[in-house]
Write a protein that binds this ligand. Sequence first.
Ligand code: ATR
Length: 292
Amino acid sequence: MSVSKNKSATEPANGHRAAAVIGWPITHSKSPAIHTHWLKEHQIDGHYGALAVRPEDANAFFADFKSQNLVGANVTIPHKETVFRHLDYVDGAAKEIGAVNTIWTTDGGLSGTNTDWIGFQENLNDHAPGWQTGGKTAVVLGAGGAARGVVYALKQNGFTEIIVANRTRARADEFKARFGDSIVPVALDDVEDHLAHASLLINTTSLGMEGHPPLTLSLERLDRNALVTDIVYTPLTTPLLALAKTHGHVTVDGLGMLLHQAVPGFERWFGVKPVVTHTLRQLILKEMGLDA
Ligand code: ATR
């Protein structure tokens, strides 16, 4: 099995605690910078690195996870679904979302959860407090893995009508089977007909991301009080958010979701609940070459 180490994620053994992000490729991950910041802030004798694991090696890697001497890990693309079959315990959120992004070792084996939905929720709590009280209808653009975490968070926060709009309509239909009758699946081309009653519009597609086509959507029919957010954070102000601002909508960018999804893992592995601060945000912006 070829596992290339980026820094030495597995290096510390002398009582130190080590965790890592596991994906393929992994070079652009911001997780090491986030967790290293918190380790320093709390003066914890620990380490957080990055492990690049090829898709064809993932089953063997997770089957023998204990040999890595890690207290746990973040699991990212393309392993969020593969890791499932190697877990001894999966919590309810991860089961409903169908993906795991955070694992930890226990005496009984390997446990997993999904913290993406918490990242989404806490980003809005942070930047748009009261976001869940404006109405009960939300429009979600996209029906991929990221959308599943967002829809789970919307359900947890009392949304009773969740319009899932996707280019491939069949994937939106699968959301109704997974999440129940609060889901209204529609084709992405028809989504403008569904904007009028929404209090929240979320982009979970890759449209608008650097190197991808922009999202071309008219916001004419969206209620002016609706909040608009994007889980894409490169660029920070996506074309959707820029357009929403010109219409006077409150907007929230996606960087906070990345920062907040890291909190539960750090707390579980290192025993301290860290806080997402302005300093951390500035640090990650700097890593992205976007120091504001
Ligand atoms: P992730 O796990 O990040 O959500 P994904 O499962 O590949 O990634 O989902 C990507 C989402 O972006 C999907 O909703 C995808 O639509 P399809 O299901 O039709 O593929 C959407 N997407 C990607 N490129 C798109 C494009 N050019 N136009 C419309 N939607 C697009």
